[in-house]
Design a protein around this ligand. Structure first.
Ligand SMILES: [Fe+2]
Length: 307
């Protein structure tokens, strides 16, 4: 496995490299800095006059959950966020007409002992494909302020493509959409189904810290975890996902060694060029017909936290 920084890859080679388990950091995309600046402005306003990295020293968990429960959906669905995400994708060289994306999610990680459930849940070792992401999903992750080894996330690269015991059999995407309606109200107790690895303790893990303005790309099949935040500072990051329509239709993607969940998140993705969703006939052919009463996409005002 390799961590590439600004590799000279064609768009096809870039995606294949990620499907093969490599990590890629891109440091030269102007739209990444623009999205980071936008998030910083919004956080400064939200927590004014306090420094967002120290906001947890001024707001208790219930108040923080309420503030983030309002701000996160507004950021996620703002036209500016979506426009900048589309610019990041095209500046990275991926073709708009073949690339579908999901809305950007701001994530918050507060120091241990503060808000760590609901809107600020810390994920255990997991693969996003255990949360019904397709094998073609690419994750794009960027820090809003300088990320640190004691407040970011970690990868277990040697487990890529290897079966790891996990609880993904308890996860169904459509049922989870229904239960997410209540996430923002959770302050002290975690009630959603959260697939994770069972007793996973890798001998070596890898932390990659792109600077603000850089972005880290990895396959949704990578095994990764949130690092419990002992830095004293709140960590803010933004991530979004993409799927290449040709790779989806033709079955090119990352290996799925240990995926036992049901349902698919594929209907969350929309085309960069024209905003269209994937054709439902194709979705049913690839993933099967959903139950008649399934909540196919999340339809509520909650916090949009997921894998
Ligand atoms: Fe994840």
């Amino acid at each position: 496995m390799t961590v590439f920084v600004d590799p000279d890859f064609s768009p096809d080679a870039l995606r294949q490299s990620l499907y093969d388990g490599n990590l890629i950091v891109l440091t030269r995309l102007p739209a990444v800095s623009d999205l980071v600046d936008y998030a910083r402005e919004q956080l400064a306003e939200l927590f004014s006059p306090h420094d967002p990295e120290h906001a947890h020293e001024h707001f208790g968990p219930p108040e923080m959950a309420k503030m983030l429960g309002v701000w996160k959906p507004a950021f996620i669905h703002s036209d500016r966020s979506k426009k900048l995400v589309c610019e990041i994708i095209t500046q990275a060289g991926l073709p708009a007409e073949h690339t579908h994306y999901d809305v950007p999610k701001p994530r918050t990680s507060f120091p241990v002992g503060h808000l760590t459930t609901g809107v600020a849940f810390a994920f255990p070792w997991h693969r996003d494909v255990w949360y019904s992401a397709p094998a073609q999903q690419l994750n794009w992750w960027m820090p809003v302020f300088a990320a640190r080894p004691d407040n970011s996330m970690s990868f277990d690269l040697p487990s890529f493509g290897q079966a790891v015991p996990n609880t993904s059999d308890a996860f169904d995407y459509y049922r989870n959409n229904a239960s997410r309606l209540t996430t923002a109200a959770q302050v002290t107790k975690e009630v959603q189904a959260r697939p994770g690895a069972v007793d996973h303790a890798p001998a070596h893990d890898l932390v990659v810290l792109p600077s603000p303005g850089s972005i880290l790309l990895f396959s949704g099949a990578q095994l990764h975890t949130s690092i419990p935040n002992t830095s004293g500072r709140a960590r803010y990051s933004i991530d979004f996902r993409t799927v290449d329509a040709r790779d989806l239709a033709e079955g090119r993607g990352a290996p799925l060694a240990d995926v036992h969940c049901t349902g698919t998140s594929i209907r969350d993705f929309h085309n960069v060029a024209d905003g269209s969703a994937f054709n439902e006939d194709l979705v049913v052919r690839l993933f099967g017909a959903p139950p008649p009463d399934a909540m196919l996409v999340f339809a509520g005002p909650g916090s949009d936290e997921d894998g």
